[in-house]
Design a protein around this ligand. Structure first.
Ligand code: DGP
Length: 224
């Protein structure tokens, strides 16, 4: 890896049951294999948001399990704070040349809360300035197909009508990111997540490979 390169920040987004966690794991292993092969490939770390291990993450988990009720704005800010808790860790990894994979990020934050009726700009505001992804892979699946994948669990948002609304907001975010270009938001690539696991993994890899050895330039703040 050239010393001027920093690590790439890659985000995987999508509805519940779109295969994000599976694909993040396959991608992580593939990047790790590259490194194990002795090449000068970057280190790689994988994160999942919400990170349920922190004090804030535990409050989020209680909410998702319907063990607590919170005002829509309060839970929105907790999800955002949960990302801010890890912001400096993400930036440090990237600066050290480590590739960072995140299973969900700010786009989920906006999509799930706008679906509840909160204003888009209000939802976006607390995300501004977080480390900006270089690439967001949106695993695109219809809410109907997602609902057939092993069924939903018991968590708060795992209902087809909720997912339909979330999907609409994701579409709006994707269009906005694609229209604004890459500055401060990174690139948004839609992946057809209705294909087989192996096919999706291949499409994911094709999008990620150009960034797999690191990227040039400093880390920007999201929407800055
Ligand atoms: P997951 O651990 O990826 O299954 O996510 C748990 C649930 O939380 C899932 O239904 C999506 C939702 N979620 C993830 N991130 C956010 C966020 O930032 N805000 C809100 N409101 N919901 C989120």
């Amino acid at each position: 890896m050239a010393s001027s390169k920093r690590g790439a920040f890659i985000v995987i987004e999508g509805l519940d049951k779109s295969g994000k966690t599976t694909q993040a794991s396959i991608l992580h292993d593939r990047l790790q294999d590259q490194r194990d092969a002795g090449a000068t490939a970057p280190k790689v770390v994988k994160l999942h948001f919400p990170d349920r291990t922190t004090a804030i993450g535990k409050m989020i988990e209680a909410y998702l399990h319907s063990e607590s009720e919170l005002d829509d704005r309060a839970i929105h800010l907790l999800f955002s704070a949960n990302r801010w808790e890890l912001a400096s860790t993400i930036s440090a990894h990237l600066a050290q040349g480590t590739t960072v994979l995140a299973d969900r990020y700010s786009f989920s934050g906006i999509a799930y809360s706008v679906r509840k009726g909160l204003p888009y700009e209000w939802c976006r505001a607390p995300e501004v300035g977080l480390p900006a992804p270089d690439l967001t892979l949106f695993l695109n699946i219809s809410p109907e197909v997602a609902a057939t994948r092993g069924g939903y669990g018991l968590e708060r948002y795992e209902k087809e009508e909720v997912q339909k609304g979330v999907r609409q907001v994701f579409d709006q975010i994707g269009r906005a990111v694609q229209e604004h270009g890459e500055k401060g938001e990174g690139k948004w690539v839609e992946i057809d997540a209705g294909k087989t696991k192996e096919e999706v993994a291949e499409d994911v890899w094709n999008a990620v490979e150009p960034l797999a050895s690191g990227v040039q330039g400093s880390i920007s703040g999201l929407w800055e």
